[in-house]
Design a protein around this ligand. Structure first.
Ligand SMILES: *[C@@H]1O[C@H](CO)[C@@H](O)[C@H](O)[C@H]1NC(C)=O
Ligand SMILES: *[C@@H]1O[C@H](CO)[C@@H](O)[C@H](O)[C@H]1NC(C)=O
Ligand SMILES: *[C@@H]1O[C@H](CO)[C@@H](O)[C@H](O)[C@H]1NC(C)=O
Ligand SMILES: *[C@@H]1O[C@H](CO)[C@@H](O)[C@H](O)[C@H]1NC(C)=O
Ligand SMILES: *[C@@H]1O[C@H](CO)[C@@H](O)[C@H](O)[C@H]1NC(C)=O
Ligand SMILES: *[C@@H]1O[C@H](CO)[C@@H](O)[C@H](O)[C@H]1NC(C)=O
Length: 533
């Protein structure tokens, strides 16, 4: 309203001074084309007021007053609010005005007819359009200065598209980059069986398809677990990036939407923030006081999107682990149990373990002690007939030597004859790392009477003693054994001979005996040992 009043004052001033102070709207038309000027409605004019058209070429004469013959001669038509020039020529170039009745303001038009392809004319009659590759594209023929559809006796006759002279379709189902360029559209109109044309150029740009932006929840991640203390306040922010005002983020407790009313113990509130095309939304799930019940539930943050696929993430709460002394105590107890177990296992299987290590890995002391024998087998008289007989004794000797690779000092083989018995036995003890006392029955007679003599020697030399006993002598060292034997039995390691059941090489008798004997010197591994020494 204000503007129009100012405009009217200006018009008034113009009419008083005779100087037009503002530039009228310019209309460019190609020579030969049709052009229509339309007189707009003005608030101060009456709807049915007479439209007065003037032209600078006709000394302000009212064109609408001219006869239709005169109008035809000038190549123009006044039809209601429209002034139509059927085929523009240089003669039509000039200033036109229209007003509704004598009270309204005047509207000015400056018509410029382009006879040559000047740059200005080209620019003024070109219209840009942009389409995206692989998308459908419809070329738009501009509707600029076209006659109103209601103009009597002028009917639209369609639009034809050309590109560089070639007829074209104005529609692409999937436009490609090389479809870009300058297109010409011709609107044709029928008036009194004559075709009149309006041409426009449309410059089509084809751009690569814009990346489709997918709305997404950026945080938290699916199956995230939030550690919390019971009774504490917890806020879980669900953040999403979206591209439409209709997209929404909400929190669900199983299937039902969490309350947004903050008077509830669990609720959510949210913020939305626009940044260009992007909308950042944060929905905060608030637990005023985390309860046991909250820990057992799954909460889902859901993104409902119209601008792309919907998505959701599910979270759970977990009670914070307390630093516990129970676990520390359990740990200590566990270590102790493991240690006790290890000791028990070792005690139970120490013989097997030691022999295993010795046999397979060759784990044993290799320090040289200057002795030539591993063991000295010495017989003593068994007080029962369960002692080893001559065959058993030979067997014992050969197994120890040939099977297990020990080097033995045997009284009847290695003691040089002629020596005094006692001296010879002491020699043997001196040369051996171990003394093995073997119960024999009947009495072998060879040196077994020297038992009392060797006790002192054993103690003095700290020679290891292995005391083989029979099942009956195993009974507590009763007075049935000679005193010297009892002393020796207490000083040494005892291994029990159980007759036939002790014969096999894998029997516990052999294992125990080998365990108490030092590792054989001559071979690191018995398996490699040839049968004879
Ligand atoms: C039309 O009006 C403009 C100023 O608005 C003036 O410069 C120009 O000479 C006029 N043209 C004719 C043909 O009267
Ligand atoms: C305007 O036109 C009316 C008739 O349409 C006439 O009575 C009136 O005098 C005119 N006013 C002027 C200022 O020309
Ligand atoms: C339209 O054309 C018909 C005949 O073709 C004619 O009788 C009629 O007067 C014309 N109307 C106008 C408004 O020129
Ligand atoms: C309009 O174009 C058609 C064909 O494109 C042609 O036949 C006709 O003569 C043209 N009319 C004018 C007034 O140039
Ligand atoms: C929220 O809930 C409380 C109690 O249930 C009610 O009094 C209050 O009106 C509610 N507020 C809104 C905004 O709905
Ligand atoms: C959501 O509620 C919490 C707790 O009442 C409050 O601290 C926070 O400021 C609220 N946030 C918004 C965006 O309203």
């Amino acid at each position: 309203m204000m503007m129009e009043k100012i405009l009217m004052i200006l018009i008034l001033l113009t009419s008083l001074t005779g100087v037009c102070p503002w530039r009228p709207g310019q209309t460019y038309v190609r020579a030969g084309d049709m052009v229509a000027l339309y007189c707009r409605h003005d608030s101060s004019s009456h709807r049915d007021a007479k439209v007065i058209w003037t032209s600078s070429r006709t000394q302000e004469r009212d064109l609408s007053d001219m006869s239709s013959a005169e109008q035809t001669r000038m190549g123009l038509l006044v039809r209601g609010r429209s002034l139509v020039i059927l085929s523009a020529s240089v003669n039509h170039q000039g200033n036109y005005s229209c007003s509704l009745g004598n009270a309204s303001s005047r509207f000015w038009f400056r018509l410029i007819v382009c006879t040559t392809r000047s740059r200005e004319c080209e620019e003024r009659t070109q219209y840009p359009q942009t389409c995206y590759t692989q998308e459908a594209c419809t070329l738009n023929c501009p509707e600029v200065n076209v006659p109103a559809a209601s103009t009597p006796n002028i009917t639209s006759n369609g639009i034809i598209w050309h590109k560089e002279g070639e007829p074209k379709d104005g529609y692409f189902s999937s436009v490609e980059e090389n479809d870009h360029g300058v297109y010409t559209c011709t609107r044709s109109y029928l008036y009194h069986r004559q075709v009149y044309n309006m041409t426009f150029t449309v410059v089509l740009k084809v751009k690569p398809k814009e990346k489709k932006q997918v709305p997404v929840i950026t945080s938290p991640r699916n199956r995230d677990v939030f550690d919390v203390d019971l009774g504490a306040t917890l806020v879980v922010d669900c953040e999403a990036v979206m591209y439409s005002d209709f997209d929404d983020v909400l929190w669900l407790d199983r299937k039902s939407v969490v309350e947004t009313n903050s008077s509830f113990p669990v609720f959510y509130n949210y913020t939305r923030e626009s940044k260009g095309a992007e909308i950042k939304m944060t929905a905060s799930l608030v637990f005023k006081k985390v309860s046991e019940e909250d820990l057992s539930k799954m909460y889902t943050c859901r993104l409902d999107a119209v601008s792309g696929p919907s998505s959701f993430v599910t979270i759970t709460l977990a009670q914070k682990a307390r630093p516990s002394y129970v676990s520390l105590v359990l740990g200590v107890v566990g270590v102790m149990v493991a240690m006790v177990l290890a000791v028990v296992i070792y005690a139970r299987f120490k013989i097997n373990i030691t022999l295993f290590l010795r046999d397979t890995l060759g784990c044993h002391s290799r320090t040289s002690d200057g002795k030539s024998y591993d063991a000295f087998l010495m017989c003593y008289k068994s007080d029962t007939d369960t002692g080893l007989n001559e065959d058993d004794r030979k067997c014992l000797e050969s197994v120890l030597e040939e099977r297990f690779g020990y080097s033995l000092c045997l009284y009847d083989r290695d003691v040089s004859p002629g020596k005094a018995a006692a001296e010879a036995v002491l020699d043997c003890i001196e040369q051996s790392r171990t003394v093995v006392l073997v119960p024999t029955s009947p009495d072998p007679g060879s040196g077994s009477g020297l038992l009392s003599a060797i006790h002192a020697a054993l103690v003095e030399r700290q020679t290891r003693l292995v005391f083989i006993q029979t099942e009956t002598t195993e009974a507590p060292r009763s007075g049935s054994l000679p005193e010297a034997l009892q002393l020796l039995g207490e000083a040494g390691d005892c291994v029990t001979w159980k007759g036939v059941s002790s014969m096999p090489h894998s029997s516990s008798f052999w294992k125990q005996l080998r365990y108490h004997l030092p590792a054989p010197r001559k071979a690191s591994k018995i398996k490699l040992l040839p049968t004879a020494i």
